[in-house]
Ligand binder design. Structure first.
Ligand code: SF4
Length: 232
């Protein structure tokens, strides 16, 4: 496992749980608004944290933390993710994974292992504008659609979430997105873009509060469980 960061305590990353977050190195996308540019663009530049160190940390947190969030980068790029999560689960933690949805087979394998409790999947944009939002030109859209349909089937507790960026999203995008992801199990969270100073692109901005409210009104027509999530 290529783990390059640990946030030892988070009350935000895993809804309803006191958790820690592990950050995996590397990603197949290059979203211009990505705030983990170092992990994505130069995954070899940072030190990999030894698995023994991570497991030792987690053992000390048994009964202190409820859950472990695996984020990135893109965690499903890791070849041994199923084994690794199984070992975390064996310690008694709930496990959540953050994914960009580009690896539906790995996602399915992980869910079927029974060792994952919650999936948070990014919905970067409506299908028609997905390519420009993830910064690569590739035939990944069928894979994204596969993950969306798989999660919508209700096999596991999940959420979709979107980082809203003024340069990439219009109300029309959200109309299309709502139609795409709606379903009886769907929950969707709107996150406003905020420049962390460590992003991949440049010249990007988030929306004003009234604009976010307007986006929420659009999405609620399709996904009643749509909410604005305040970012750190
Ligand atoms: S935002 Fe997520 S999917 Fe996009 S480049 Fe960053 S880590 Fe990868």
């Amino acid at each position: 496992m290529n783990i390059q960061g640990i946030q030892k305590l988070t009350l935000i990353d895993y809804p309803g749980k006191v958790a820690c977050t592990l950050f995996t190195g590397g990603c197949n996308f290059r979203c211009p608004f990505c705030h983990n540019a170092g992990l994505v663009i130069k995954p070899d530049a940072s030190e990999v944290i030894a698995e023994e160190e991570i497991m030792s940390f987690l053992k000390k947190r048994i009964n202190l933390l409820d859950g472990v969030c695996i984020s990135g980068g893109e965690p499903l790029l890791q070849k041994d993710i199923v084994r690794f999560i199984g070992e975390i689960k064996n310690l008694g933690f709930c496990v959540k994974i953050d994914t960009n949805g580009a690896f539906p087979q790995q996602l399915k394998e992980l869910v079927e292992s029974g060792n994952i409790d919650f999936v948070a999947m990014d919905i970067k944009n409506s299908p028609s504008d997905y390519v420009k939002t993830v910064g690569i030109d590739d035939h990944f859209l069928p894979a994204i659609q596969g993950s969306v349909e798989y999660l919508k089937s209700g096999v596991i507790d999940f959420e979709f979430r979107t980082t809203a960026v003024k340069q990439f999203h219009t109300n029309k995008n959200f109309e299309e997105m709502g139609e795409w992801i709606k379903g009886p199990h769907t929950k969707w969270y709107l996150q406003n873009f905020c420049d962390s100073g460590n992003i991949i692109g440049e010249g990007l901005s988030g929306f004003e509060r009234f604009e976010l409210e307007s986006i929420l009104d659009v999405m609620k027509k399709y996904v009643p469980q749509s909410e604005l999530r305040e970012i750190r």
